[in-house]
Write a protein that binds this ligand. Sequence first.
Ligand SMILES: Nc1nc2c(ncn2[C@@H]2O[C@H](COP(=O)(O)OP(=O)(O)OP(=O)(O)O)[C@@H](O)[C@H]2O)c(=O)[nH]1
Ligand SMILES: [Mg+2]
Length: 186
Amino acid sequence: MRPRRRRTDLPSRYRVLFAGPVGAGKTTAIRALSDAPPVDTDVPMTLTRGDGKTTTTVGLDFGTWRPAPGVTVALIGIPGQQRFAAARQRAAVAGTRVLLWLRADSDTLVADAAEWLGVFAGEEHRVAIAISHDAGRPLREIRRTLADVLQHHGIPLTRVLLADARDRDDVMRAVSVALDLPEEKS
Ligand SMILES: Nc1nc2c(ncn2[C@@H]2O[C@H](COP(=O)(O)OP(=O)(O)OP(=O)(O)O)[C@@H](O)[C@H]2O)c(=O)[nH]1
Ligand SMILES: [Mg+2]
């Protein structure tokens, strides 16, 4: 009888990219979930926005989460501001899952979704969506608001969930949805 092969091919390193518009909560979420203090490039803003946000990411944010022994998830945040978009390139290497952060209270929620899903066009199978700043709005209603743009990109409504970026359990749940996505198109 042949010896049973050991399953040594299970991946032990994952990457999740935190993407989305300014103030959606990417840096906050990485700080909430990372096991060690993240290395981030969040710096004072030159122009304040009047919503209390005083810092912005200009390069990349890096954190790490160890959900189980021997498993490491790299958490990589990219800048929301278009003028720092150069930092986004190279962050989304093959196999990286994308967690797109959007703000429910934004007047431009649908346009933000369309813009950012456009950034990942052709890679939608790797994208999950976390909605922050929900202010008590039901998920059902937010999903309905986004239904057309999600359908356009072939993203099922079940891949959209509410997450307060300040809440570690919420961020963990959102990252877990992103980790469940396949690396490759099936
Ligand atoms: N009320 C509320 N505040 C939230 C929620 N999620 C995040 N925040 C706050 O919103 C702000 C998000 O700021 P950042 O984490 O710096 O946003 P970012 O996405 O990294 O923005 P850029 O780096 O500028 O692109 C922080 O002040 C958070 O405390 C939420 O669900 N509800
Ligand atoms: Mg940031």
